[in-house]
Design a protein around this ligand. Structure first.
Ligand code: S3P
Length: 182
């Protein structure tokens, strides 16, 4: 397995939480690329999208990830932005730069998790209730799946009728085992 590690997946997939837990367990660095974007450009992705539009954001987001990859540090877990892999040749870049893991969830579970978060920070879903979130997610996830599924590894989130909040820990543990046994 080549390093660094890139976690990809839809908004609400737990890329940041799982990534942080995994990096802690491995004793590696953790970088959230939305936070890195904010530091470099002075605006959060949400504010940047609101101000300059999604295309401008995607162009900048691409170079944030690629510039950080130039750093001579390999033991890093990166949480990517949810739309990153689905833009231009970004998925190919990820695969060349390191190892990618898709955190795959059922859309209804993503909607459930997203409804509990601050949607101000998620301009694509802002102002929507849980049912409307699901209506946005379904087609978007379907359109994004062919990109996400090019990941080197796909990890399915635990399937249960009711989420109990331990899913992120379980995913981090699964990832840790995968990396350690490689
Ligand atoms: C986006 C996801 C966000 C952020 C931006 C666009 C998307 O990141 O990069 O708002 O298109 O799915 P998270 O997946 O970390 O929420």
């Amino acid at each position: 397995m080549t390093y660094p590690i890139y976690l990809i997946g839809y908004m609400g997939a737990g890329k940041t939480t799982v990534g942080r837990l995994l990096a802690e367990r491995l004793g590696w660095h953790f970088v959230d690329l939305d936070d890195a974007f904010h530091e470099i450009h002075g605006l959060s992705p949400a504010d940047y999208i609101r101000t300059y539009g999604i295309e401008a954001f995607r162009r900048k987001e691409k170079y944030v990830l690629e510039d950080l990859a130039e750093l001579p540090i390999e033991k890093v877990v990166y949480a990517t932005g949810g739309g990153y892999p689905c833009w231009e040749d970004n998925m190919e870049c990820l695969k060349e730069l390191g190892t990618s893991f898709y955190l795959r969830w059922q859309p209804q579970h993503l909607a459930e998790r997203l409804a509990l978060t601050d949607l101000n920070e998620r301009p694509l879903l802002h102002g929507k209730g849980a049912t409307e979130i699901l209506e946005v997610i379904r087609p978007q996830l379907e359109a994004r799946a062919p990109f996400y599924e090019q990941a080197d590894y796909i990890l399915d989130a635990p399937v249960a009728d009711v989420l109990d909040g331990s899913e992120d820990e379980q995913l981090a543990e699964q990832l840790y085992e995968l990396i350690m046994t490689d």
